[in-house]
Design a protein around this ligand. Sequence first.
Ligand SMILES: *Cc1c(COP(=O)(O)O)cnc(C)c1O
Length: 411
Amino acid sequence: MTIHPGFPLSASPIALEEHYGAANYAPLPVVLTRGEGVYLWGQDGRRYLDMMSAYSAVSFGHGHPRLVEALVAQARQLAVTSRAFHTDRLGPFLERLCRLTGMDRALPMNTGAEAVETALKAARKWGYTVKGIAEGHAQIIVAANNFAGRTTTIVGFSSEAQYRSGFGPFAPGFVTVPYGDAAALEAAITDDTCAFLVEPVQGEAGIVVPPVGYLKAVREICTRRGILMICDEVQTGLGRTGRVLACDHEGVRPDGLTLGKALGGGLLPVSAFLAREEVMAVFTPGDHGSTFGGNPLAAAVGDTALQVLVEEKLSERAAEQGAVLLERLHALRHPAIRDVRGKGLLVGVEIDPGFASARTVCEGLMQEGVLSKDTHGTVVRFAPPLVIGAREIGDAVAALGRALERLGKAP
Ligand SMILES: *Cc1c(COP(=O)(O)O)cnc(C)c1O
């Protein structure tokens, strides 16, 4: 490592990040050093309420004792082996995952983007080997304003200019339809279509909840037209929206499903692609893999995370506390709030851009001791750990009220 002359080793962590890191994020100016439950602590000793939970990866709260215990115990025992061998941890984890979600089989990966890439590969191969699409012609329909990660294939079907700009050429074989419009999906299907990839609630797009009945209609169309319905529940899955899967709100079972974020218990990257038997059957040894996917450390933590989800009734908590959060946010009635929307503890507050950017509101929230992150410039995200209580929710909403008042008075 080269130490740049004149750059003191005592420089602040922020200065070091800015000097040595890539500028692919614009974090709020806070340096976190500790987390416990719904709270985070800054280097200055200040306590913050976490209303973001690492984009829903920390659904169980920071440092959940049982999850930390599972992590430490398994790390001592056996952590990484690769899938070249069996371990005593993977099978039980996959069983619990399948039983909880009602899917037949699961393929473990690490990040959400990898789970989605796995889904895309499964869908295409199913298209060729089961549906009989001519090799190289498979098309996957995606929804406008989707977010599925940052790999080159995935950003290639994003409708967000910044996610794509400068990163092409992109993989062909994707068709975009408006989100929440089942008729548009139906109209876009051709003989070469193998799947529709959709988020049951669009998270990064600004917490966009589709019309009631959309997923049911999508399910019916996919079945009737012989294409796979693949739900990307990397963010919405595992209790976030008030049910184990957001699909459960409409009683819909997809053919393929991606999970991630919370699956790692807020401790590790753990993701999975789950599918019906016929879909997962397209994979044979050597078709697909991941050095770290399904390692015993990840499996032990993921398995424990699923147990905690069920035993602590976190889906039910998310439904109850999400209703409290929505109600209190609606009751704020501040003129700068254009819309409050969401499901469970995945809530977005749309701010009038003429009043302030959502980023400015997040900076104001930080001053009030609440951490969150804007999405798409105008939406403040409220997606706390699912273990949050009504009192902390009250604190967060009061802080938003004060932050908006202060911004309203700012010169
Ligand atoms: C976050 C997210 C992903 C990508 O997950 P990474 O772990 O960041 O790769 C994929 N799909 C959805 C819906 C997400 O919210």
